[in-house]
Ligand binder design. Structure first.
Ligand code: HEC
Length: 105
């Protein structure tokens, strides 16, 4: 009986960690869909609506994904005037990075 209880606790802990992670990925996806998808391909497949905008799944070829946290916090500025400037709060950055990590090809 005791052993079963421990097993249940272990399972509950394990799955809540996985759920927390998938919550971040899910929120990051929603954020990207709302704010980025009109220009960038945000999924695992497909081309960006704006050809100059790199598909999100290829961002790791431009930068280590972790380095984007700083860029997002300070506001991304690019040479390209059609990319609006975003400043994200730390929670949004966490979510977005979790999502970006999840789709890199
Ligand atoms: C109105 C169109 C548009 C929207 C909306 C947009 N982007 Fe972009 N983005 C671009 C374009 C165009 C480029 C290419 C810029 C360049 O090469 O100078 C770009 C480039 C980037 C880059 C690469 C930057 C670099 O220095 O090469 C990142 C990262 C990025 N966007 C993230 C995002 C994120 C995250 C969002 C949503 C929060 C977003 N973009 C929304 C148009 C957009």
């Amino acid at each position: 009986m005791k052993r079963l209880t421990l097993l249940c606790i272990a399972l509950a802990l394990g799955s809540s960690a996985a759920l927390a992670q998938s919550g971040r990925v899910q929120r990051g996806f929603t954020f990207a869909q709302t704010n980025c998808s009109q220009c960038h391909a945000i999924g695992r497949f497909g081309d960006s609506p704006i050809p100059e905008a790199p598909p999100f799944r290829t961002l790791h070829t431009l930068y280590p994904i972790e380095d984007l946290a700083e860029a997002f916090a300070e506001g991304i500025t690019t040479g390209h005037p059609s990319m609006p400037q975003f400043e994200l709060d730390p929670a949004q950055i966490n979510d977005l990075l979790a999502y970006l990590q999840s789709i890199q090809g």
